[in-house]
Design a protein around this ligand. Sequence first.
Ligand code: BGC
Length: 354
Amino acid sequence: MISAHQAETGAYPACEEFSAYRGYSWFRDGSFIAEGMSRQGQPGSATAFHDWCGRVLASRQRQVAELVRQARSGVVPEAKDMLPTRFTLAGESGADEWWDLQLDGYGAWLWAVHEHAARHQVAPERWRVGIETACDYLAQFWNTPCYDWWEEHAEQRHGSTLGAAYAGLAACAASPALDDRRRTLAGAAAAQVKDTILTEGVAGGGHLSKWIGTDAVDASLAACVVPFGVVPVGHPVAAATLAKIETDLLAGGGVHRFAADVFFGGGQWPLLSCLLGWNHARAGRRDKAAGLLRWAMAQADPDGLVPEQVGHHLLHPEHRPEWIAKWGPVAKPLLWSHGMILILADELGTNLEN
Ligand code: BGC
């Protein structure tokens, strides 16, 4: 399904069947999709995606250099001048309005491209200009409030956005594609990101918070443990975060995004169930991980297509009709859902043919 939808340019469209996403690729979704393809015997697909990202970023090299120059001279750039959240499959900004200014996708990409390069012994120099551009951008702007993974709350600094920035900068700090000056810059920024998360982004209960200053969690925070490694598996903050996500957001085998979620009524997201399962798998809790994988796969329709969310258990059912009226039925197939299933299946050594 993922290969069939991948554009000739290498971009992974988020969901061509859904009006609001059609024709666009997100670095966030694509990075996880590429990780799944890279793990599941499709390295050529992942390389093509990373080549596309590398070209997109290289075409923005001057823009980023100018933004960094301005910021260093004390001018705070306007959100509209920053990099967009999503790109057309040709790698352009696109003409449709969107919730632009999201930083996590650039961190997720830096993480994913280095994972892929190491796994398949591809020299990351292949993506050097793109890596330099994303590295400079994040090293300068990682602490800027921006929309989160769900394109909400632009005024906040979000735990899982900071986590993605950390992983990307940490990958840059050890990247053979970068020179010593940039590696040092990235390493120093990664240390600051981690310090900010651990000093400002931990709530009273000892768990990571959805954004700095709230006690609420978001299921995307699990990524701060696996795969982004802000805190190691088993660390007290990791354990408290996963426990809080399970208590607040896991219902009947599927994971919600966050308690106040009204998008399509706030259903359960297969991709987040896989993210939680990935964390359990790494912590040695294979039964829990396998249960989450089974649940995610069971959300496929008879044609094997997995949606963005399912409506068996809605947090705010009264809001579902307004979204259906606005955008039509829930996005399906969502390539990111499929990509996360590939990752968790690989993590568990599950053969998806059976
Ligand atoms: C989600 C994003 C996602 C996008 C494309 C949005 O509804 O909030 O996380 O990147 O869809 O899948």
